[in-house]
Design a protein around this ligand. Structure first.
Ligand SMILES: [Zn+2]
Ligand SMILES: [Zn+2]
Length: 135
């Protein structure tokens, strides 16, 4: 299987993962906005066990956003790396940290109900107020 590499801004953290996400999409929730500093967060989800930390494990800082979700970032440069879901052990990688382009592209927008009012979505991908099935 072809592999992808990802790294933080300063390069201390490098990750390796298969080029095969379970899903790829854009999240517009206010918490992603705060964490990434961007209008929305583009993520690819896969089992955390498939992601290898090539270097910089000691540079990865963790913040427990909630009982379910833990956020990872580089303690040196502050780059947002991924979120981890406790119940499913899913890792949502921030696509912006990829060094190699993934074969998949985003297929949906979630939490559009809380998107930044100054951001306009300009594509025709399916949009969900919160998550699919929770409308
Ligand atoms: Zn860094
Ligand atoms: Zn979000």
């Amino acid at each position: 299987m072809s592999m992808l590499t990802a790294s933080c801004l300063c390069g201390a953290v490098q990750l390796r993962l298969p080029d095969r996400f379970d899903y790829v999409g854009h999240c517009h929730c206010s918490e992603c906005r705060k964490f990434t500093g961007a209008a929305f967060s583009s993520v690819g989800g896969l089992d955390a066990a498939l992601v290898t930390t090539v270097r910089g494990a000691e540079a990865i800082a963790l913040y427990d956003k909630s009982a379910e979700t833990r956020l990872a970032f580089c303690r040196h440069c502050g780059a947002s790396l991924y979120s981890l879901k406790r119940s499913s052990n899913k890792l949502n990688l921030r696509l912006g940290i990829l060094d190699t382009p993934p074969s998949q592209t985003p297929t949906f927008h979630i939490f559009v109900g809380s998107k930044a009012p100054w951001h306009e979505i300009c594509d025709t991908l399916p949009r969900f107020t919160t998550r699919p099935g929770e409308e």
